[in-house]
Design a protein around this ligand. Structure first.
Ligand code: FAD
Length: 514
């Protein structure tokens, strides 16, 4: 079997492709329940970013964890085969790809989403890692429960977001998704299938959380649940001054639970009528209107800021009580009083809000265009300078899509996981979610990548306390800098769980084929 693989991996003729006999041979030799595709079409060599494309040797659709273990054991016996788990391929820079390696389509694993109530009244959902968060939501709300911590968009796999962090407007309270997992099943790079938690195989548990797929393939996760609300009061308020915006946002994320909202996010928008970047993106309902005459001429600059908030409600709550709660919470904030937009929506509709944007973007061809996105964590100590130079300067015309900016609390992140964070107690996530039409209708992706580099360069040259989220580097020196004093731990975990550097080659941290 290994001879089969090696012939194609480092055969002299890189152009030769495996034939049908190879497929049958590989599948039989490994005794897989799932299937092997040795001429994978676009899916395995594409991702949402649309910036990279490499050809894998094969795409395997594992049926269960056992298939994954067999493939990893076989790879360990080869001299240079690499393996990448592919969640839903929503990475930007080829992180789930394997050049001449094997891609494992995690979505094909049998989907298992099981809600478990424990004796003490708490509950969790036991879920296969290839499941989409959207399906986890739909299953859990059937029994009145839901995970506590989300991403904005739910067309992502459980294993994919847990390999990064998983951040949204609930993170300030519950931490990222990686802080809301009690147990994982992981197949390590050596092909060992282990159950791990804070108390059992804990080094593997924390390594895999935020581990960029480097230590093992997550096959199952237990995710903490809470009671699901029925409805959400969804609110947007507008600021002209960045200092007021950050002061209010930081105040909301540090208040007691009963004295704040259940969701806190924010975004920057252009002070113009530009339909993709300006005033029209703020109202929550087509009936609401953004009246630019109300913007104070003295203080407003090229961009404005929107705080996005949500309060959970139950069907049994009286509307007047919800109004009173919201008024009480908003009273202390310094937003421009003329700009307050709100709607009441069912909880699932709120969590699936980006799906509507996805449908629109698909209809006008920008969902499948390249997405040179940039995600950063920037310390609160540097965010005002960042605003001055980046939001008001470099990005003053917008990015063709949302520019998210909202604060998070470091204390809600477990420092034993593999995620690299700024040092500051409060840091902001900044997400440039570029949605441009493909060239020639839109800008060349290379120009946008260069703009991202300019922003990173600015942060580095000023000595900002910042990190890339969903990081992407091309050489190990940059990865060392990214992990800083955590690099030694990262390397030692790698040598423990994937000593042959088989896993997630698309991250370009370690190389099996130097
Ligand atoms: P993939 O892109 O397929 O994989 C990502 C990495 O994880 C790869 O290295 C892969 O090899 C590895 N991997 C995948 N599955 C496993 C597994 N089971 N075990 C081990 N390693 C694995 N992120 C947020 O935090 N918050 C958001 O609100 C948010 N919104 C987004 C909206 C959109 C439209 C998009 C495109 C992305 C968004 N993201 C967000 C980023 C997203 O969390 C990451 O891109 C994530 O990696 C995507 O999950 P995926 O299932 O597509 O993973």
């Amino acid at each position: 079997m290994i001879a089969y693989l090696e012939h194609f991996v480092h055969g002299t003729d890189k152009e030769s492709r495996p034939d049908d006999d190879f497929v049958v041979g590989l599948s039989e030799a490994l005794d897989l329940q799932g299937t092997v595709d040795c001429a994978p079409n676009g899916m395995a060599s594409k991702d949402f970013g649309g910036l990279q494309s490499v050809k894998p040797l094969a795409l395997i659709r594992p049926a269960a964890a056992d298939d994954i273990a067999r493939v990893l054991k076989a790879a360990a016996r080869s001299s240079n085969l690499t393996i990448a788990a592919r969640g839903n391929g929503h990475s930007i820079n080829g992180q789930a790809m394997a050049d001449q390696g094997i891609v494992l389509d995690m979505r094909s694993m049998e989907e298992n989403i099981r809600v478990v109530r424990s004796g003490n009244g708490s509950a969790y959902v036991d879920v296969s890692a290839g499941a989409l968060w959207e399906d986890v939501l739909k299953r859990c709300v059937l029994v009145g429960l839901a995970p506590r911590s989300w991403t904005d968009y739910l067309g992502l796999t459980v294993g994919g977001t847990l390999s990064n962090a998983g951040v949204s407007g609930q993170t300030f309270r519950y931490g990222p998704q990686t802080s809301n997992v009690t147990e994982l099943e992981v197949v390590t790079g050596k092909g060992d299938t282990l159950v791990c938690s804070q108390t059992e195989n804990s080094e593997l548990f924390f390594a895999a959380l935020g581990g960029l797929g480097q230590f093992g393939i997550i096959t199952r996760a237990s995710v903490v649940l809470q009671q699901a609300p029925d409805m959400v009061r969804w609110i947007r308020v507008v600021y002209s001054e960045f200092e007021d915006f950050t002061r209010d946002a930081e105040s909301l994320i540090t208040r007691q639970e009963d004295d704040s909202f259940d969701y806190v996010e924010g975004f920057v928008f252009v002070n113009s009528d530009d339909p993709a970047n300006g005033w029209p993106i703020v109202p929550l309902d087509p009936d609401q209107e953004f009246d630019p005459n109300q913007i104070p001429a003295t203080s407003a600059g090229p961009v404005l800021y929107c705080l996005e908030l949500a309060l959970h409600c139950r069907n049994s709550d009286h509307l007047s009580d919800v109004d009173a709660d919201v008024d009480r919470l908003l009273r202390r904030l310094r937003f421009l009083r003329a700009f307050k937009f709100q709607v009441d929506v069912p909880y699932t509709e709120f969590l699936l809000r980006v799906k509507r944007a996805e449908e629109d973007a698909k209809a006008n061809g920008i969902w499948d265009a390249p997405h040179p996105w940039l995600n950063l964590f920037v310390s609160r100590h540097n965010i005002v300078d960042f605003d001055r130079v980046v939001f008001k300067g470099i990005l003053s015309q917008g990015v063709g899509g949302p520019i998210l900016v909202y604060p998070l609390l470091r204390s809600k992140w477990d420092s034993r996981t593999s995620v690299a964070l700024p040092e500051s107690d409060i840091f902001y996530i900044v997400a440039l979610l570029r949605f441009n039409p493909p060239p020639p209708r839109g800008p060349a992706p290379e120009e946008l990548v260069a703009q991202n580099q300019e922003i990173i360069q600015f942060c580095s040259s000023r000595g900002f306390d910042f990190k890339l989220y969903l990081p992407h580097y091309k050489c190990q020196e940059d990865w060392k800098r990214h992990f800083g004093n955590r690099w030694t731990r990262f390397v030692s975990r790698k040598s423990c769980f994937d000593p042959l550097f088989i896993l997630a080659p698309g991250q370009k941290i370690f190389s099996r084929n130097p």
